[in-house]
Design a protein around this ligand. Structure first.
Ligand code: ASP
Length: 914
């Protein structure tokens, strides 16, 4: 109760500023003198004094008094003198000074006197921890290696693989060396020294020429502005440049003029400015520094020195408060040149080392043997329009924790981009981007000069989704972007981006590993693969005898030979086979002669009937002849089936040429040349492939003369069209799709050789990457990307004929065979019928001759008589004619012939016998 009373009294005294009451309150407590050595008129002094005042206020037993001596920065002599004066006045600890040389001098005096020494100075690692006398001096400044590790990890976390390290004093070099100790072996870095207060533009210009965009700058905070200004003058500090400032006080700088475009400045801070306690300290310091005209005006930001001074005061007062009863915390005056030591000194130092407190810079945990501070939190601060903002927190245990959400990120960036016109680079190539053809009287300017899928897509992303301005430009040379190993430079769109001439590159730009190592890509907006564009075969001229095609000429010859052989064999075997000798008159049980019907004519008839699948009404009866017949039928069955099957396939496939069905087929031949767009990802695919087929194809492409490479897809398509199947073009499937819609005589051969995507490229560390990426995803999910593709891929009205024509062609080829295809069969039928007619005529004439001889008539009479009878279609029966030996016989015949002739004459109404 009494304690509470005291605190309330003290606070009332402080608030009411009633000096009498305050003094009365303080006089009741034991005074503890704490020595401080600092340069004159610093905020650090204010911070220390403020912390002591607060502690005194809160303490019931002690009144902490700051005994300050001033020593200019770097003046170790003055600092040592001040230390001696403080020791002689009787202090329980000394804080300061804040430069390492002076701090060393003061530390020596304190150690000799057994007085704890607390400092807040950056120390290089080798000097720390090794051969430290005991008890050690306490250093609250974060341990050098850990601090450098935080920077190194940040750099790694942000995928920096190539960077420049700039420093301007030896300590800076040591810090950067520590950073580099954590760098990955494949990181590329360059270390350069800046000259403080001098013109460094030449050096910065030469660094700009190397294309470096990431810089770690180590210099005191008061020189940061000067260096960045110089860098800006030589364009080494502009859009897409990223700077990490090593100074822990960089966040206190007013960097209004540094907000150049889309550059990125990051620094570290070791305390949380938003913490309420920290803010109350800051308010206190501001009030004190305003009251004290000597002190420079506060910038609303806490310097690391001030924060550590405050924490040092807090550490001392807290340790005094919490010291065990047996500690005699009685300040003893000690002369510098005396042998005397403060008896309680070592124990008090020990207590300071083991008494963890939570200060402005977080929890103070000290290494007992070295007095170093290994535990600290780092805040990563990024420069934005509203000054430095915390983007992440880091500590040794948790690593990086990013504090901004994607939306906050995007809001910040949108704010940053408002006045910027995005430079979008592209290349001409349908359907992605083409120049609009103005109608009469029309003039297009700016982005209206172009149209295409890329234009629509970038408009959707930048204008519709992110509400940003943009202007489209065409890359000189119209190239996609390939790396030249000799010049070590990228050309095309990628080169343009790397030279920072544009912010985004959009077209059918394939995401490849090589390109990804030079620039950043968004999520793919289209997926595709390499395939082969080839011209369709021109349908072959229909051949009259195409029905012969299913079998080769050889097969036809062998078949004819087999037919003759089998017919002959059947004839011979039948003559040998007893069963084939038959009774010609079955009613005559004991015939005198047997008959064999298997003369060669019948044999040929049987075999031809079988192979024509018609069969025959006479069949052999002998074992051997039946066997040979069976074999012939088997042969006929297989041959007919094969012929039928092959004929169908042959007639329907006549229009399909399948000489090249895949990339393998292309690789296996040399007649058809094939190529790609020069300097594109397709050519890189073959160039770098480990697959033997593609390696062979690349070798063939490289050695081909004239060159098989073309400047762009249109040229490739043109070459395929004109090449009449002597050139195939390796092209991306999306482009093939587009061309097939428009050129009916082209076709895609085989499937996809790989799988990849098109992305929007941008320089590394582009702040808008996430926003643009999100916009692409949004458009993909809403189906807008598909709509855009349909819009630009589908053939226009003029081209639709192609699709219809294709449909008609397909239908026609599948369903119908024209006269041209089967004309040969008619011809054969015609010729066959002609031959049959000829044979019939010969047979008839032969018969007439026989009749003339038998009937003793003239041949003309016999001819006319037989012809007249043959043409008497109503006569269905013909009398048997017997030969007559005498004239009566001839008279009979004559009378019969004359009666036939008469009836024929009646029929034709001709006067034969007149
Ligand atoms: N789209 C490809 C590229 O980005 C061009 C090609 O090689 O077909 O390189």
């Amino acid at each position: 109760m009494q304690e509470f009373h005291l605190i309330v009294l003290g606070l009332l005294a402080l608030c009411s500023n009633t000096e009498g009451a305050f003094r009365h309150f303080m006089l009741r407590k034991k005074t503890i003198n704490i020595g401080v050595i600092l340069p004159p008129n610093t905020v650090t002094e204010v911070a220390f004094a403020s912390a002591l005042a607060r502690a005194s206020m809160e303490s019931q037993k002690y009144n902490f008094v700051m005994n300050i001596k001033y020593a200019p920065h770097g003046d170790s002599f003055a600092a040592s003198k001040a230390a001696c004066e403080l020791l002689a006045s009787g202090v329980i600890a000394i804080f300061g000074p804040t430069d390492s040389n002076s701090a060393d001098a003061v530390e020596a005096h304190c150690r000799a006197a057994g007085i704890p020494h607390i400092q807040a100075v950056w120390r290089p690692p080798p000097l720390r921890g090794l051969d430290r006398p005991s008890p050690p001096s306490i250093n609250l400044f974060p341990e050098a290696m850990e601090l450098s590790r935080a920077v190194a990890l940040y750099v790694k976390d942000n995928d920096w693989t190539s960077y420049t390290l700039l420093y301007d004093d030896d300590e800076g070099l040591i810090r950067l060396q520590e950073v580099l100790k954590h760098a990955d072996p494949e990181h590329k870095w360059l270390v350069k020294r800046l000259k403080p207060g001098e013109d460094n533009r030449q050096l910065l210009k030469s660094l700009k020429a190397t294309g470096q965009t990431r810089v770690i700058l180590d210099c005191p905070s008061d020189r940061v502005l000067d260096y960045l200004r110089q860098a800006h003058e030589v364009k080494f500090f502009e859009d897409y440049m990223s700077y990490v400032l090593m100074s822990l006080d960089a966040h206190t700088l007013d960097l209004q003029e540094l907000r150049y475009g889309l550059s990125n400045v990051t620094c570290l801070r070791i305390f949380d400015h938003s913490d309420s306690r920290t803010r109350s300290y800051l308010a206190d310091w501001e009030a004190r520094s305003t009251a004290d005209v000597r002190i420079p005006k506060m910038t609303h930001e806490i310097t690391v020195e001030a924060a550590l001074a405050s924490d040092a005061a807090r550490l001392i007062t807290d340790s005094v408060e919490s010291a065990p009863e047996d500690f005699k915390i009685e300040p003893t005056p000690i002369e510098c040149d005396s042998e005397n030591q403060w008896e309680a000194g070592p124990d008090f130092t020990e207590h300071l080392l083991t008494n963890p407190i939570v200060g402005i810079t977080g929890k103070l945990l000290l290494e007992n043997t070295t007095g170093e501070r290994t535990n600290f939190n780092v805040e990563i601060m990024e420069l934005s329009n509203s000054g430095f903002n915390s983007i992440a927190k880091w500590n040794a245990e948790l690593g990086f924790v990013y504090v901004r959400t994607a939306n906050e990120d995007s809001d910040l960036l949108t704010e940053k981009w408002q006045n910027k016109t995005f430079r979008v680079v592209s290349r001409i190539g349908a359907p992605y981007l083409v120049e609009r053809k103005p109608k009469e009287g029309e003039v297009f300017i700016g982005n209206d000069r172009y149209e295409g899928y890329s234009k629509d897509l970038i408009h959707e992303i930048l204008k519709e989704t992110l509400h940003l301005n943009y202007e489209i430009e065409i890359v000189p040379g119209n190239g996609y972007g390939s790396y030249n190993k000799d010049t070590k430079k990228w050309d095309g769109l990628i080169g343009h981006l790397l030279e920072r001439k544009s912010d985004l590159a959009i077209c059918d730009l394939t995401i490849t590993y090589e390109r990804r190592s030079a620039v950043d890509f968004t999520t793919p907006f289209m997926t595709l693969g390499i395939s082969i564009l080839y011209s369709k075969p021109t349908p072959p001229e229909p051949e009259l005898f195409s029905f012969l095609k299913p079998f080769s000429v050889d097969v036809w010859i062998y078949m004819a030979a087999a037919y003759l052989m089998v017919s002959l064999m059947l004839h011979i075997l039948a003559r040998l086979a007893p069963n084939d000798w038959e009774n010609p008159h079955p009613c005559d049980k004991s015939p005198e002669e047997l008959e064999n019907i298997w003369h060669i004519k019948n044999c040929c008839w049987l075999t031809v009937g079988s192979i024509m699948t018609q069969g025959s009404d006479i069949l052999p009866k002998g074992y051997s002849t039946r066997w040979v017949c069976g074999m012939w039928w088997f042969f006929a069955l297989i041959m007919c089936s094969s012929y039928t099957a092959n004929l169908a396939a042959f007639l329907t496939n006549a229009a399909m040429d399948d000489s090249i069905k895949s990339a393998e087929d292309l690789a296996m031949q040399t007649k058809i040349k094939y190529g790609t767009v020069v300097g594109g990802s397709t050519s890189s695919f073959f160039k770098r492939s480990n697959v033997s087929t593609y390696q062979r194809m690349w070798a063939a492409m490289e050695s081909a003369r004239p060159s098989v490479f073309v400047k762009n897809n249109d040229e490739g398509v043109e070459r395929v069209l004109k090449g009449k199947r002597s050139y195939a073009f390796l092209m991306e499937s999306t482009a093939i799709e587009y061309q097939l819609e428009r050129h009916c005589d082209l076709m895609q051969v085989g499937g996809l050789l790989d799988s990849k995507g098109y992305g929007i490229a941008m320089p590394f560390d582009s702040f808008y990457r996430t926003a643009v990426d999100n916009a692409v995803l949004k458009l993909a999910e809403s189906g807008r990307l598909v709509e855009l593709k349909n819009k630009w891929w589908q053939a226009s009205e003029d081209d639709e004929a192609c699709v219809e024509q294709e449909a008609t062609e397909e239908g026609a080829s599948a369903a119908e065979l024209g006269v041209d295809n089967v004309g040969g069969v008619f011809v054969v039928l015609g010729i066959g019928c002609g031959m049959a007619a000829g044979m019939g005529a010969l047979e008839f004439l032969w018969h007439v001759r026989d009749v003339a001889i038998e009937q003793k008539m003239t041949q003309a009479e016999a001819f006319w008589a037989e012809l007249a009878f043959a043409l008497s279609f109503w006569e269905t029966e013909k009398p048997v004619q017997h030969s007559r030996p005498s004239s009566s016989a001839s008279g009979d015949i004559a009378s019969r012939a004359s009666s036939v002739l008469r009836s024929a004459a009646d029929l034709f109404n001709i006067d034969v016998f007149k």
